[in-house]
Structures are given as structure tokens and as C-alpha cells.
Design a binder for this molecule. Structure first.
Ligand SMILES: Cc1cc2nc3c(=O)[nH]c(=O)nc-3n(C[C@H](O)[C@H](O)[C@H](O)COP(=O)(O)OP(=O)(O)OC[C@H]3O[C@@H](n4cnc5c(N)ncnc54)[C@H](O)[C@@H]3O)c2cc1C
Length: 391
């Protein structure tokens, strides 16, 4: 098994976590990424205790310690007057119960840290400008064809190419995206511009009718990240890099507390993006022959629990452990799916549910509906550990 030539398509958080996990266990991998360079893309990602266990195992502690923000208490506030509706502990209580805490990190910092470690194992492991366009497999291997004319043969292929995955399409056909009726903005504000009095505490959620805003520091406190959800009847374009304007955002959040509007006013326009939230029905299986899927390619998830990157990291760690525990490729893929399918389906389902709860029209009944608890509390979301999960 250690001689296998493993190809991964997609150098996102999922592809790089899988590559690093496989390398750590002595496997040889090449990651093929369509982008011409690994650029500074995205904004904040939340890392729950389950992902942190995986990242620790991957040797990423120093990145978490130097770059991520460690929230202790997160406050849920009212959209009009910012009064507290509930408090959620993201530190000591989680450490006590699950052995790890929450971290909040800029996607680019996590991505850079993973890429550097993959390249430290093998400087040639990540190949850029490689858009995978065709895949064919037989009993012994997989043939891949890329947009630049390159062709190669691998023993195994892992499709980690995101929610609009070409590998998934080749295996299982098109998975039609359903627009959810929600859009979201993401923005980054230089922290020195933000008045400290609207940051009490720095990690906070604001709830309003049909709207939700989540904001927290990233990059060691240098930037304030926010994501702002709103209902919108129609939307067509799917993608991470659609530009917006501060005015459009402020119009959507008119009447909201200065605690929210103030940092929205301060976001530089080149750090403000919007996207439509699309949902896809879960697949019945992720693997066929010598090909499997991972991360958003396998189980696209709505962002209401902030678990897209979490699931992708867990997948990567479990996949590598499944390969290390197996004597053949079919055995490895079947162990991987068995250890991941239920967990991913649960998170996908709970994320949909959390979306409905956050967007219930009346903020006043928040305590009644939730008992003041976070959507992720008490549902077993953190009762998984990719490092110890039997494979
Ligand atoms: C540019 C970008 C910005 C993002 N920003 C945020 C954010 O601000 N907040 C947030 O919560 N989540 C963000 N996400 C999503 C988040 O990273 C994922 O939901 C989560 O990390 C799961 O990652 P993944 O590796 O499965 O998929 P992704 O992160 O989507 O990575 C997939 C990778 O595959 C590559 N790829 C796609 N098709 C091909 C192909 N045919 N051939 C070769 N390579 C291909 C893509 O370029 C990408 O690098 C972003 C994703 C991207 C791609």
C-alpha cells in the first residue's frame, strides 16, 4: 500500500489535509490544483474541537497558536439594541468535555500552514495550474486528463475539488444545486479601525428577523472577520468571489444596531464579497472503484454551523488512517466511507436545521426556542474525534 501513487484533485483545506495526513503515515501523494497560485483567498473559518484534534495530529498546533483567535465566551445579541440574548462558552467548557476548544482562523492562514507542511514532506507534492477535465478508470488505475494537456495515471484518485466537483460529476453525474433563499456577505476589517466598545466580547452573533451576523477576530487579532446572512428570493451565480458594495450591505442591514453597522461601514471594498447559499441532496455513496470524494465534493454543507472546513479536515485524517489500516484500495475506501458517512450526514442535516432556527422571524423568542443554547450545543456535534474514530 505504501507504494501507491495517490492523486488528489483540489488543494483546498480538504485536499491539503488529506495530503498531509497521508504523507504523515508514509504515503506518496500528488495534489493537482486548478488555480495558478495558492493565493490569499477566503475569510474566517471556525474550527471546532473535532477539527482541532485532527489539526493537532497533523502538526498544526503552532499555526493555531500563532494565527488563530481563541474565543472564550461568545455573546448572542439583539439586532436593534445589541442587548445580550445568550452566552456560549467556546473555551474551558469544551476543553473539559471534549479535550479541545474552538479556534477562529483566516482561511488563508490555515491553507498556508497546511501547504507549507505538505511541501516540507515533498516539495513537488502540489502541482498548480492543473484543472482536472477528464477521468477514466479500469481495474488497475485511474487516468486523468488536465486542461494544460497533461495526462497521468494514478493508483487512486481522491476528488477534493469542492462543492462543484468535477470528479463527483464524472462519478455520479450532475448534482443539481438548489438555491436556499439565503445569501451571505463576508468581509474583513482592519482591527485598528474598529472602535473597541462594539467588540464586547470580540466573538459575537447578532440575530434579527431573517438575518444573522457573526463576527470575530482572525489573523492574531489584526482583522475583524464577519459573515452576514440575509434572505433573498432569487439568486443565480454560485461562487466565492462575487464583489459587493458597502452600500448594498448597509441597505440590507438598515435599522440594525451601530454595533453591527459600524464595522460594516469600515470594511474596505476589496475585502467584501457575497455569495448565494446553495444546497445539494446528499449522495448515497462517495466511492466507485479506485476513486473517492472528500470535503465539499462529497458532502456540501450549509455554513450555519461553520462546519465545512471541520468536516474536510476530519475526512482527510480518517481517509489516511483508513489507508494505513488496509491491505487494498477497495478496503481502504470502504473503511473510509464507513467511518465518515454517518458523521457527515449528521452535520449536513444539523446545519440545515440550524439555518431554519437562526432565521426564524422573531428574535424575541430566541431564549424560548433555544433555551439560550447555541444551535450546536447538546446535539453531539463535538462527540467525534477523527484521530481515535475506529476505521
Ligand atoms: C476561494 C475559496 C474561498 C472560500 N472562502 C471561504 C470563507 O471565507 N469562509 C468559509 O466558511 N468557507 C470558505 N470557503 C469554503 C471552505 O474552504 C470549504 O467549505 C471547506 O474548507 C471545505 O473545503 P474543500 O477542500 O472540500 O473545498 P474547497 O475549499 O472548495 O477547495 C476545493 C479546491 O479544489 C480546486 N478545484 C476545483 N475544481 C478543480 C478541478 N477541476 N481541478 C483541479 N482543482 C480544482 C479549487 O480551486 C479549490 O482549491 C472557500 C472556498 C474557496 C475555494
Amino acid at each position: 500500500m505504501k507504494d501507491l501513487n495517490i492523486a488528489i484533485v483540489g488543494a483546498g483545506i480538504g485536499g491539503l489535509s488529506a495530503a498531509l495526513a497521508l504523507q504523515r503515515l508514509g504515503f506518496r501523494v500528488t495534489v493537482h490544483e486548478q488555480a495558478p497560485r495558492l493565493a490569499e483567498v477566503g475569510a474566517g473559518l471556525s474550527l471546532s474541537p473535532t477539527a482541532v484534534h485532527g489539526l493537532n495530529w497533523l502538526g498544526m498546533q503552532s499555526v493555531l497558536e500563532s494565527k488563530a483567535y481563541k474565543p472564550e465566551d461568545q455573546c448572542v445579541r439583539h439586532w436593534q439594541d445589541a442587548r445580550p440574548l445568550g452566552w456560549i462558552n467556546r473555551g474551558r467548557d469544551l476543553v473539559q468535555k471534549y479535550g479541545e476548544r474552538y479556534y477562529l482562523i483566516h482561511r488563508a492562514d490555515l491553507h498556508d500552514g497546511l501547504a507549507a507542511r505538505v511541501r516540507a514532506h515533498d516539495p513537488a507534492a502540489i502541482v498548480l495550474n492543473r484543472r482536472c477535465e477528464r477521468i477514466e478508470q479500469d481495474a488497475d488505475g485511474v487516468d486523468l486528463a488536465f486542461g494544460d494537456g497533461t495526462r497521468l495515471r494514478a493508483d487512486v484518485l481522491i476528488g477534493a475539488d469542492g462543492s462543484r466537483s468535477a470528479v463527483r460529476q464524472a462519478l455520479f453525474g450532475a448534482l443539481e444545486p438548489q438555491y436556499t433563499g439565503y445569501i451571505a456577505w463576508r468581509g474583513l476589517v482592519p482591527m485598528e479601525l474598529v472602535p473597541p466598545e462594539i467588540l464586547e466580547p470580540p466573538s459575537g452573533i447578532f440575530l434579527g428577523p431573517g438575518h444573522l451576523v457573526n463576527r470575530y477576530p482572525v489573523r492574531n487579532g489584526e482583522l475583524l472577520n464577519f459573515v452576514a446572512f440575509a434572505e433573498r428570493r432569487a439568486w443565480s451565480e454560485e461562487g466565492w468571489s462575487i464583489r459587493s458594495t458597502v452600500q448594498e450591505l448597509l441597505d440590507e442591514f438598515s435599522g440594525w444596531t451601530p454595533w453591527v453597522r459600524r464595522f460594516m461601514e469600515l470594511v474596505p471594498s476589496h475585502l467584501l464579497f457575497k455569495w448565494g447559499l446553495f444546497d445539494r441532496e446528499p449522495l448515497a455513496g462517495w466511492s466507485k472503484g479506485r476513486i473517492t470524494l472528500l470535503g465539499d465534493a462529497a458532502h456540501p454543507v450549509l455554513p450555519f454551523l461553520g462546519h465545512g472546513a471541520v468536516l474536510a479536515i476530519e475526512d482527510g485524517v480518517v481517509l489516511a488512517r483508513a489507508f494505513a489500516a488496509s491491505d487494498s484500495v477497495p478496503e481502504a475506501l470502504s473503511r473510509y466511507e464507513a467511518a465518515r458517512r454517518e458523521r457527515a450526514a449528521f452535520v449536513v442535516h444539523e446545519s440545515r436545521k440550524a439555518g431554519r432556527q437562526f432565521h426564524a422571524p422573531d428574535t424575541e423568542s430566541y431564549r424560548e426556542r433555544t433555551g439560550g443554547k447555541a444551535a450546536d450545543e447538546g446535539i453531539g456535534l463535538f462527540s467525534y474525534n477523527p484521530v481515535t474514530q475506529p476505521v
